[in-house]
Design a binder for this molecule. Structure first.
Ligand code: UD1
Ligand code: CA
Length: 452
């Protein structure tokens, strides 16, 4: 089939300079949700109608499988679909989607496509308790005969609760013909796509309908209020899926997934965690409250304590991280590594069973196994112009408050005394310390306050 996504409207009620369809839901533009759903149906043509906001929409969204057609000025939904016509394959039906309706499932769309077959017009409709604002589905003897917009509807028609979601499938050659006959002689002075229904009836083309499983599949975003409502619906759906997979969530209302989160068995996630990008949690991982985790793989049995920030990192099995740890891009931790409170790690590899339990910065470092990094240790990896590596070999012991001025190497089993400023390599197995010798001054007296 062809897919046409309408995304030219201006979205005035968003009160924003950003075109409406680029506002993010779960960290991804509304339009990307619709494009991804459309891709799942393997369309032969995928055309996006844009207009308001200029070229930002095609610039942000460009991909080899998309064509963009500009609609300017925006004279209505029928006029929008007309702009796509040169790009469509007449041999297959056309599915029309809205760029601001992000949560329609491919299941519901497939159902609609199935009911349309090759030659019927199929409308996705839904029954609403309050149909205000929507186009009403007018039926005679059960058959759809027209769609009438709120502003054009009689009092009797306004009482109809079955509404047009806007999503429809039409035979493409017929669609072309019908669109050519549209007029804008209506309450809004627009070319209504919905007027093709009456044209189909006149042409003896059957008009059928399908209904989505849930009303939220058809909800659109016109304001920040609606965007926030859809975000909550979407997040709750994700949480329910995780619960069904066996993940323990302390509160399914307090988790945000902005990307993909895959979980093994017996994973537990405490409240207020945010997952971004691609996150994998293996069996038995537990995530404490208030963690932000982006693009990370966390191996089996690892425990992330509360208030950690983790990005582009790999964490080994049975590691213990936090509370209050920050793992920055390029962090690779092996099994049973412990990273404690107020420790920052960046672009560093730390081998099995090593520990940095308190207040440290480990940047551009390669750390061996069973290394102990004392409190207050800092790798001085940056001289203001270039960055250098620090190498700490297996079983080294780094005393508290040490500065490792890179490039520098600490040998196997070496010990650095507390407070050392290491500027030259420390040999294997020995104690290296740079520190003024401790002295006690005999006869020294504390100053006393001078009387005036
Ligand atoms: C439309 C339908 C209405 C339906 C409702 C569902 C028509 C005439 N009416 O009304 O029956 O119940 O959607 O939400 O089709 N757009 C363009 N170019 C335009 C106009 C709109 O690309 O010139 C896009 C918008 O960006 C939006 C979609 O089409 O994504 C719908 O436009 P909107 O103005 O919201 O339509 P409604 O008046 O709500
Ligand atoms: Ca709308």
């Amino acid at each position: 089939m062809n897919v046409v996504i309408l995304a030219a409207g201006m979205g005035k009620r968003m009160q924003s300079a950003l075109p409406k369809v680029l506002h993010p839901l779960a960290g991804k533009p509304l339009l990307s949700h619709v494009i991804d759903t459309a891709r799942g149906l393997s369309p032969s043509r995928l055309c996006v109608i844009y207009g308001h906001g200029g070229e930002i929409v095609p610039e942000r969204m460009q991909a080899s499988d998309l064509v963009f057609a500009k609609q300017e000025p925006q004279l209505g939904t029928g006029h929008a679909v007309m702009q796509a016509l040169p790009h469509l394959d007449e041999e297959v039906p056309t599915l029309v989607l809205y760029g601001d309706v992000p949560l329609t499932t491919s299941n519901s769309l497939q159902q609609l496509l199935d009911s349309a077959g090759k030659d019927k017009l199929a409308i996705l409709t839904v029954d609403l308790d309050d149909p205000t604002g929507y186009g009403r589905i007018v039926r005679q003897d059960g058959r759809i005969v027209s769609i009438v917009e709120q502003k054009d509807a009689s009092a009797e028609q306004r009482a109809i609760r079955e509404v047009n979601t806007g999503i429809l499938v039409a035979p493409t050659a017929k669609l072309k013909k019908w669109l050519a006959t549209l007029s804008n002689d209506n309450a809004q002075g627009e070319y209504y796509l919905t007027d093709i229904v009456a044209r189909a009836v006149a042409d003896d083309v059957p008009v059928v309908s399908a209904q989505p499983k849930a009303v939220w599949e058809t909800l659109g975003v016109n304001s920040k209020v609606q965007l926030a409502q859809l975000e909550r619906i979407h997040q709750r759906n994700i949480a329910d899926t995780l619960l069904e997979q066996g993940v323990t969530l302390a509160d399914p209302e307090r988790i945000d997934v902005r990307g993909s989160l895959s979980c093994g068995r017996d994973v537990s996630i405490d409240v207020n965690c945010v997952f971004e990008g691609r996150v994998e949690l293996e069996d038995g991982v537990s995530i404490g409250a208030n963690c932000v985790i982006k693009n990370a793989r966390i191996a089996r049995g690892a425990s992330i304590k509360p208030f950690c920030h983790i990005e582009d990192a790999v964490i080994g099995a049975d590691a213990e991280i936090g509370p209050y740890a920050r793992l920055r891009p390029g962090t690779e931790l092996a099994e049973e590594v412990h990273i404690g409170n107020f420790v920052e790690v960046k672009n560093s590899k730390i081998a099995a069973k090593s520990k940095a339990n308190h207040l440290a910065y480990v940047g551009d470092a390669t750390v061996g196994s069973r290394v102990n990094i004392g409190a207050g240790t800092i790798t001085c990896n940056y001289d203001g112009a270039n960055k250098f590596r620090t190498i700490i070999e297996d079983d080294a012991f780094i005393g508290s408050d040490t500065q490792l001025v890179a490039p520098v190497r600490v040998g196997k089993g070496a010990t650095l005394g507390a407070g050392t400023t290491l500027t030259k390599d420390a040999p294997d197995g020995k104690l290296t310390v740079s520190r003024a010798r401790q002295v006690t001054i005999e006869g020294w007296q504390r100053p006393v306050k001078i009387k005036k």
